[in-house]
Design a protein around this ligand. Structure first.
Ligand code: F3S
Length: 640
């Protein structure tokens, strides 16, 4: 059978399963990555497994989220991450070296390999032909232990690119176009596989931008072929040996085909507060922009910032508009300096921030009250910027640079500044010496723990009958930011579950924590696409700590659902979505779980005896994990 590229990579890594879309497959994982906000917990879980050394080809621990060190918590976490990496055979990337996905693309990602990372934008490495997926930290810990990664066999969507980008359109506009077309749910359960004549015109960094925001489509991964562009990128990175040509077979089958004519694309923007509220920039003409933020794992490559520098050269940022820039890695920064491009940005009035996630995770750079911020990032959820009423627009670096110059959105037809197509530099200085590589003999390495590193307490097992109240009723598209907010003060508590749990749902309902504690256990009731957004496993772990045993939703985001299972929370769907209206906060429900089995419906009985039909798509394995009280209990049981 003629195979698409996704199926080829999965087949080469298949440990178990039949590769029928929707059925469970277990795949061998070659590489893992973590970032610090999820990594501390992943390594606490790794330590609980009790192995002496990771079994993956490459595992990297990046510090890019909480790089500010304004108190003991973040530096304690960084020290723990550095020492745990040295102890167990993991490469450590210190704070300030760069953003995990940009660094991984430059230094470690390999065409045809599998990668899971405890960050939802791990699919960025699909730009180089790697099958890269976001996963919970616990799944990453298990992959490091040599366990296969289990997922529902994805459908594969063929995204056929035709023509070439012209004018001021850029790679960001390709993915914004797809988001406008497919919405934030359009890629759920699928891998977006790019092919067609337009692919050859896109460099690896441009492909990585597109693959990165496949996460906003809800896609499992995005994959580009590995071709001459890939070879050129790997050669530039000093990793020519890592190149392998890869492509789908001619005539390969796909589940769906979408054609994008690159030549027809124009600059686009996603309006507040969802990445799929996409309009042409021309429609925003005249809207004043208070702040422009350029960077993030979506758009912080050399070619992104090269375009910005060309636009800003010899000009000045509009008075009243603040321009900030976070390069994706020190390598990008060094290349900008070597080519004299950084001067253009600084001389125009731009502000240089650290090579880290920075404003993308609300780590500084918040807009003022009600402020309009044009950002090259991938998410614009309400409050994520650190300013609750901030108005965040997602745009390309080209659009962002013009916003900075004009102080407002302007019709691209009036930009009229000549800019060539972005390119790769002629040389790229390696920064690989900045990583801390683990010693061969780690016997004497001591793992350093500060007071904020609190070991996990075990969770109890699932009883056969649960009687518990609805603790909160929320609507559609609840993000992991709604459940477990980010921001400097909160994420500093990420390795301290009792402390971070005090913040669950605080931006939605400040009384939630008190109510959950008074009830002892309970249910979350939600609408469509519950848990969309990041792979933040604290959005499952912290509610579990507060006694949440079950979520009833109309539908779920993939990674969050996996996280719920991993922490022993039962994710059930309402068979009849209209039943959502029958249930309200405080309403007690009784669920008989003795017969919980794959494909079998359950019922929640209300106080008045009315039954609510509940479904799930859990596999036998997932049910065993939930019954055990979570994946860690399950793995520990298996090892006994
Ligand atoms: Fe960091 Fe934002 Fe990407 S938090 S990993 S730059 S989505």
């Amino acid at each position: 059978m003629k195979q698409n590229l996704t199926r080829k990579i999965i087949a080469a890594h298949l440990v178990e399963g039949s590769m029928t879309a929707g059925s469970e497959v277990a795949v061998r994982i070659d590489q893992t990555l973590t970032q610090d906000a999820t990594g501390t917990m992943a390594y606490l879980q790794w330590e609980a497994i009790g192995l002496p050394r990771v079994k993956t080809e490459v595992s990297v621990s990046y510090v890019d989220h909480n790089t500010l060190q304004m108190g003991f918590r973040n530096p304690d976490d960084h020290r723990y991450l550095r020492s745990v990496a040295a102890k167990y055979g993991i490469v450590f990337s210190p704070p300030g070296t760069g953003i995990c996905h940009q660094l991984h693309l430059e230094n470690f990602a390999v065409p045809g390999k599998t990668l899971i990372g405890s960050d939802s934008h791990t699919p960025t490495a699909g730009g180089i032909g790697c099958l890269a997926m976001g996963a919970g930290g616990l799944s990453v810990a298990l992959a490091m232990a040599g366990e296969p990664y289990t997922l529902a066999m994805p459908k594969v969507f063929k995204i056929r690119l035709e023509g070439q980008l012209t004018g001021y359109a850029s790679a960001k506009d390709v993915i914004l176009h797809l988001l406008g077309l497919l919405t934030v749910k359009g890629g759920v359960g699928a891998v977006m596989e790019y092919c067609g004549p337009g692919v050859a015109s896109l460099s690896v960094p441009e492909r990585a931008t597109i693959a990165n925001m496949g996460a906003e489509l809800g896609a499992t991964a995005s994959v580009f072929p590995s071709d001459e562009q890939t070879r050129a990128f790997l050669e530039l990175m000093g990793r020519a040996d890592a190149f392998t040509p890869l492509a789908a077979d001619d005539g390969a089958e796909y589940d769906r085909e979408i054609v994008v004519d690159l030549s027809a694309l124009v600059p686009l923007a996603a309006r507040p507060h969802m990445p799929d509220l996409v309009v042409p920039v021309a429609e925003l003409d005249g809207l004043a922009v208070d702040q422009v933020a350029i960077g993030s794992c979506t758009n912080s490559s050399y070619s992104d910032l090269q375009a910005v520098a060309w636009i800003l050269a010899g000009e000045h940022v509009a008075p009243g508009t603040d321009l900030m820039l976070s390069p994706g890695s020190k390598q990008v920064l060094k290349m900008l300096m070597a080519e004299g491009l950084l001067d253009h940005i600084l001389d125009a009035g731009g502000r240089l921030l650290e090579c880290s996630c920075g404003p993308c995770i609300g780590m500084g750079g918040s807009p003022g009250s009600g402020g309009v911020s044009a950002r090259t990032f991938n998410r614009n959820f309400e409050g994520r910027s650190g300013t609750q009423d901030g108005q965040i627009y997602l745009v390309s670096p080209v659009t962002a640079a013009f916003c900075a110059l004009r102080g407002k959105f302007t019709d691209p037809a009036t930009w009229n500044k000549e800019i060539p197509r972005p390119s790769l530099p002629s040389t790229a200085p390696s920064i690989r010496h900045l990583f801390a590589y683990p010693p061969e003999d780690a016997f004497s390495v001591e793992v350093l723990r500060g007071p904020n590193i609190v070991p996990l307490s075990p969770f109890d097992r699932l009883p056969d009958i649960l009687t518990l109240p609805v603790l909160i009723k929320v609507g559609d598209n609840i993000t992991t930011d709604h459940i477990m907010p980010a921001g400097a003060a909160i994420t500093a508590l990420r390795s301290n579950i009792p402390a971070i749990s005090r913040h669950v749902f605080e931006r939605v309902d400040k009384d939630f924590v008190g109510r959950a504690e008074a009830a002892g256990q309970g249910v979350i009731l939600a609408g469509e696409n519950y848990g969309q957004g990041s792979s933040r496993e604290h959005a499952a772990l912290a509610p579990r700590h507060l006694g949440v045993r079950m979520v009833l939703a109309k539908s779920y985001a993939r990674i969050h659902k996996a996280n719920l299972v991993n922490f022993g929370i039962l994710p059930l769907t309402l068979v009849n979505p209209a039943d959502y209206d029958l249930l309200s906060q405080g309403c007690p429900l009784t669920v008989d779980l003795a017969g919980l089995a794959p494909g079998k419906e359950l019922a929640a009985v209300m106080e008045n005896g009315r039954k609510i039909a509940l479904a799930h798509d859990l596999t036998g394995n997932e049910i065993a994990i939930i019954r055990a009280g979570g994946l860690l209990n399950y793995v520990n049981d298996r090892q006994k």
